[in-house]
Design a binder for this molecule. Structure first.
Ligand code: AMP
Length: 178
């Protein structure tokens, strides 16, 4: 079963995704984590991605599509994975659909984490203190929210039309809505 976690930055999809991965015993791949590791190791991918990430912009599709292809080609991915933080644009969603379709699989569920903006900002401020991410400054975070609304939120419609979207009201305690 292939599951996509969709939601704005700070919506808790990473935290819920890790719990879901553990319970469903399926691997979770987060493009954000893979990119941060690439930046840290100074790989060619990391060098290309860093400037976009620090500014709160999306890494362009032509760079990300290769990474998505690699993730979906992992042997463990053939029995289904949890996709955290991708696809993030309509072209990425089309690529995921094609790559899965080529091996007779599909996107089975998209969980849409819905959190009001003021709550997102409050959570980001808490996380910035703990993790110290370069893109958790107030400016970069606002930019990431803006980019989310413009480039990623259209996926809500995209997957609603495919009949696979479920809304997750993502406020409250981590374990509450299990
Ligand atoms: P995240 O940890 O998912 O919030 O991702 C952190 C940053 O990595 C984002 O703000 C983007 O710059 C970049 N990123 C992660 N996933 C993607 C993606 N699927 N497409 C484009 N950029 C991405």
């Amino acid at each position: 079963m292939n599951v996509i976690l969709l939601g704005p930055p700070g919506s808790g999809k990473g935290t819920q995704g890790a719990l879901l991965a553990e319970r469903a015993k399926r691997p979770r791949y987060a493009t954000g984590d893979l990119l941060r590791a690439a930046v840290q190791h100074g790989t060619p991918l990391g060098k290309k991605a860093k400037g976009f990430m620090d500014k709160g912009l999306l890494v362009p599709d032509e760079i990300i599509l290769g990474l998505i292809g690699e993730v979906l080609a992992e042997p463990v991915a053939k029995d289904g994975i949890i996709m955290d933080g991708f696809p993030r644009t309509v072209p990425q969603a089309e690529a995921v659909g094609k790559l899965l379709g080529a091996r007779r699989a599909r996107v089975d569920h998209v969980l849409n984490f819905d959190v009001p903006d003021d709550e997102l900002v409050r959570r980001m401020q808490g996380r910035a203190k703990v993790e110290g991410r370069a893109d958790d400054t107030p400016e970069a975070f606002q930019q990431r929210l803006k980019v989310y609304r413009k480039e990623t939120a259209p996926l809500i419609d995209y997957y609603t039309k495919l009949g696979v979207l479920s809304a997750i009201p993502a406020t409250g305690a981590v374990e509450r809505d299990q």
